[in-house]
Design a binder for this molecule. Structure first.
Ligand SMILES: NC(=O)c1ccc[n+]([C@@H]2O[C@H](COP(=O)([O-])OP(=O)(O)OC[C@H]3O[C@@H](n4cnc5c(N)ncnc54)[C@H](O)[C@@H]3O)[C@@H](O)[C@H]2O)c1
Length: 325
């Protein structure tokens, strides 16, 4: 059967496309290339268009006899979502609403939605379970939570089978050409500073955590991709109908530890100029956000395979290949 991957030319989407193909699925990509890169999709059929173009999406679904959709298209930058909330509501909420309308009209049966740990906001928990009440603290997180609600509501009305997957902090690259070229996440942000021979920045070191810096759950993008394959297989086999699950490792790693791993992997650890500099904490950064990975293990049999060093090393290979450093 054929799967449509929206946002398949993006960082995570291109990994999902590769993993789905490797597992034997037919894949078609729909992407408006606003932040995606066509070169990531060697030979995969690409429909260039927006999920906001409902008629165009419906045509693509029918033309390719699509029975499952993985929806990753969207905007993902928290800080931008605070400045441009209506843009985020348009792209992430209205885009999904039209996509759901199109898939209902075209009779699509399976849906995987890329949600985010941002739905939880600033949880006061050692490990975040899916039962926790969601209180997003920025428009980005709000759009993801509304998205989950819409998917669940449509599923109740139409019988659509779905998996809402809440990614934690994604990093790394399965192959260098698919690396994250944006600089909004910690790992590429530190690469940029080190490439310019400037010290990495740490935002706040007086949090109530072991080393005072924020603690996060970093998950390798190849593991994220394999979780989508597991979800697609469980949906089509009828083992899962309505899953909402975290994708994380269950292990917390401090920002300082990640920065030190990056210094070591990039060979800059002995350079005094690469010592991290602590600056003020950013508004709205919670001290600790770490997944409970229990539900996804129980429901899909999925478990992360990569550690933080793998993640950083693979991301660095991609950074070097991309920047020609
Ligand atoms: N990167 C992370 O750490 C992270 C964490 C949690 C959730 N997510 C979610 O995962 C998804 C993919 O993120 P990413 O890191 O790969 O980002 P990305 O920007 O690399 O990928 C997004 C893709 O969607 C496409 N796109 C954007 N708006 C579109 C539209 N209206 N119609 C069609 N295509 C459109 C872009 O061109 C791009 O190819 C996003 O929905 C994001 O919110 C990412």
């Amino acid at each position: 059967m054929t799967w449509l991957v929206t946002g398949g030319a993006g960082y995570i989407g291109s990994h999902v496309v590769g993993a789905m193909q490797a597992a034997g699925h037919e894949v078609v990509v729909l992407d408006d290339l606003s932040s995606g890169v066509e070169a990531r999709l060697a030979g995969v059929p690409l429909v260039v268009g927006s999920v906001l173009d409902q008629a165009g999406v419906e045509r693509a679904l029918r033309d390719h006899s699509v029975r499952g959709v993985v929806h990753l298209a969207g905007k993902k930058q928290v800080e931008e979502s605070v400045r441009r909330p209506l843009h985020y509501y348009e792209q992430n909420v209205e885009g999904l609403r039209r996509l759901l309308d199109a898939i209902t009209a075209a009779g699509v049966e399976h849906f995987v939605f890329s949600s985010s740990a941002a739905v939880y906001g600033a949880p006061d928990e050692e490990q975040v379970t899916e039962e926790l009440f969601c209180r997003p603290v920025n428009p980005y997180g709000e759009t993801k939570l509304i998205g989950e609600w819409m998917v669940a509501a449509v599923a109740r009305a139409t019988g659509l089978r779905y998996a809402n997957l809440r990614y934690f902090n994604v990093a790394g690259a399965a192959v260098p050409t698919l690396a994250d070229t944006g600089e909004s996440n910690l790992v590429p942000m530190v690469f940029r500073r080190l490439s310019d021979r400037r010290p990495p920045l740490i935002f706040g070191d007086t949090y109530p955590t072991p080393d005072g810096t924020c603690v996060r759950d970093f998950v390798h993008v190849a593991d994220i991709a394999s979780a989508h394959v597991s979800a697609a297989q469980a949906l089509t086999a009828g083992r899962v109908r309505d899953l909402t699950a975290n994708i994380g490792t269950g292990q917390g790693v401090s920002v300082r530890d990640v920065v030190e791993t990056i210094r070591s992997v990039t060979g800059t650890a002995d350079e005094s100029w690469s010592e991290p500099v602590v600056v003020g904490a950013r508004a709205g950064d919670p001290p600790r956000v770490v997944a409970s990975a229990e539900r996804i293990r129980a429901e899909l049999g999925w478990k992360a395979q990569h550690d933080v060093r793998d993640m950083v090393a693979s991301a660095w290979e991609g950074w070097v290949a991309h920047s020609g450093r």
